[in-house]
Design a binder for this molecule. Structure first.
Ligand SMILES: Nc1ncnc2c1ncn2[C@@H]1O[C@H](COP(=O)(O)OP(=O)(O)OP(=O)(O)O)[C@@H](O)[C@H]1O
Length: 528
């Protein structure tokens, strides 16, 4: 039997008191796709960062193709044939594809000669692996799916034969994700080794050969994918049975809480992002907005949350909201009973250098419960944060930890805890479970349903059709700044929603698959 492509022995890494990796052992065989799953904060990204030379392990050894290898930095990882495709791409936005690919891998002083050679090699790689991209396109003009292809090409150009992908499908449309999987299968056939980190068990079942489970810093199990199933994996990850479907009673919709008429938003470059949205959400109801990212869903949440201005009419509990001017801000919205979980937690949901408790305190400054005369009652705020952190199982449960040092999923839990615990009349929630593990997804979904059952109105935006279909009482599909139509979850399916998301309605069915793909590519091209 051949040596493992990667073998880690006894890898440990601590950040202060947090033991992110404890005595990890794993063997990844060449020519296989090896999945790594685990709860938020289990230590997956830390382990991959050690393998890619971003962090140094406190202890332990790395063997690449049977040879003990020291990986002090990412140059050493690249020399060892390891490539990494990040969640947040590291491409230079105003460079072309070709320039990005050669960047850092230039051969000599004469960049022009190497650009010529690079172009030939790039063309070859694109053909071999179904990774077509225009070498002269600027990154800023490409959609996320294309940018990801560039990242993969960049690794292949550097002759990586081990590829690490950290949650690669989080930002992709379903058809882009399918394409990515075909690429990964192709790479595997060529003998490459792939490590795939994902929270989506469906992807693990579909594409991996072997799957390893991390739990609280330890590698707790490695199983053959063919010999397991989603329920068993969920239990291995979380240590208990997890409900993979949302359990909820039929909705009991009451009065209209949110009423929107002809809402329009024009962005900074004069492009109309919302082109006359009309919809309403009742008390005790979840309205899900399905759509490919970039079709106006973000602008909808932002204008309702008081983060950008618009025109049209919006009423909450019968009272008109200002859409421009000083009273169109987030603070006024909060006072009107609106809570907002923004889609982009790192930029809009949290201040990354602030402590957890300070982040949980946002928006509560005017609350008499936390005021002591003219000053904030910080002790009361911290006690309150401790309660919320415990309830939402944020790990580590430390209100003095800075936001940036929590794992991605735990950052999301902090924002969700803050906003859901406001007990709002209207909850605006964007991508509530992005990057969140299945145990936490179950919990967050239960909390959203509980809020609905308490008679609150919920406007949910998600690119995950599963989530939209299982949580929503009604679904509206957005395309190109408009509502394409509404459906009841029981009367539709992923296929119909997928077509509507590509701008195709019942009346113009009969489009070919290529036209739908073309439409989607068009949407992406515009979004960049
Ligand atoms: N630079 C850092 N400083 C302090 N603590 C850190 C740092 N990086 C990670 N941690 C902690 O190490 C633990 C493991 O985090 P890691 O990001 O590896 O988890 P993960 O399994 O990738 O989680 P997720 O699924 O949420 O991305 C967490 O408790 C996290 O808070």
């Amino acid at each position: 039997m051949s040596d493992p492509a990667i073998e880690l022995r006894g890898i440990s890494k601590s950040f202060g008191a947090v033991k992110a990796n404890k005595d990890i052992a794993i063997r990844v065989m060449p020519g296989t796709i090896h999945g790594i799953i685990g709860e938020n904060g289990a230590g997956k990204s830390t382990l991959m960062s050690i393998l890619y030379g971003f962090y140094r392990a406190d202890r332990g050894e790395i063997f690449i193709r049977g040879e003990r290898t020291d990986i002090p930095d990412s140059q050493a990882a690249i020399r060892a044939g390891i490539g990494m495709v990040f969640q947040h791409f590291k491409l230079v936005q105003n460079f072309t594809v070709l320039e990005n690919i050669v960047l850092g891998a230039e051969e000599g002083a004469l960049l022009t000669t190497s650009l010529g050679k690079a172009r030939t090699l790039l063309k070859q790689l694109s053909e071999d692996y179904e990774l077509q991209v225009d070498p002269d396109a600027r990154i800023e003009d490409l959609g996320v799916g294309m940018q990801q292809r560039v990242e993969i090409l960049k690794a292949l150009y550097r002759q990586a034969d081990i590829l690490i992908l950290d949650e690669p499908t989080g930002v992709l449309t379903p058809s882009e994700a399918d394409h990515l999987f075909r690429i990964l299968e192709g790479l595997k056939r060529e003998g490459k080794t792939i490590i795939l980190i994902t929270h989506k068990l469906r992807e693990i079942m579909e594409i991996t050969d072997t799957v390893s489970v991390m739990r609280r810093g330890e590698m707790t199990a490695t199983v053959k994918t063919a010999e397991t199933g989603p329920e068993e994996l969920a239990e291995l990850m979380v240590g208990r049975k997890v409900l993979l479907r949302v359990e909820k009673k039929a909705a009991q919709p009451g009065a209209r809480v949110l009423e929107i008429e002809d809402l329009r938003v024009v962005d900074g470059s004069g492009v109309e992002r919302l082109r006359g949205i009309s919809l309403d959400v009742r008390a005790g109801e979840i309205l899900g907005i399905a759509g490919v990212a970039g079709n106006g869903q973000s602008e909808l949440l932002e204008v309702l949350g008081g983060m950008r201005s618009g025109t049209g009419r919006v009423r909450v509990n019968g009272d008109e909201l200002d859409l421009v001017g000083p009273r169109a801000d987030a603070r006024t919205r909060r006072a009107r009973g609106i809570a907002h979980v923004p889609e982009d937690r790192q930029h809009e949901g949290l201040i990354m250098d602030f402590h957890a408790w300070e982040n949980v305190a946002f928006g509560y400054h005017a609350d008499p419960a936390y005021n002591r005369g003219l000053l904030m009652d910080n002790d009361a705020l911290r006690r309150d944060t401790e309660r919320k952190i415990a309830k939402f199982d944020v790990r580590p449960a430390d209100c003095w930890q800075t936001a940036k040092n929590f794992s991605g999923g735990n950052q999301q839990k902090i924002v969700i805890a803050r906003e859901l615990e406001r007990d709002p009349d209207l909850l605006l929630v964007g991508q509530p479970t992005r990057g969140v593990d299945i145990g936490a997804i179950e919990f967050i979904h239960q909390q959203i349903v509980a809020l609905r059952d308490a008679g609150k109105a919920i406007l949910l935006v998600s690119v995950e059709l599963d989530e939209i279909l299982s949580l929503s009482d009604r679904i509206a599909v957005m395309f190109d700044g408009r509502i394409m139509g509404e459906r009841l979850p029981s009367q539709t399916d992923e296929r119909e929603l997928g077509l509507m998301m590509a701008g195709i309605t019942d009346t113009d069915r009969g489009h070919t698959h290529a036209e739908v793909e073309g439409n989607l590519a068009h949407v992406h091209g515009k979004v960049g």
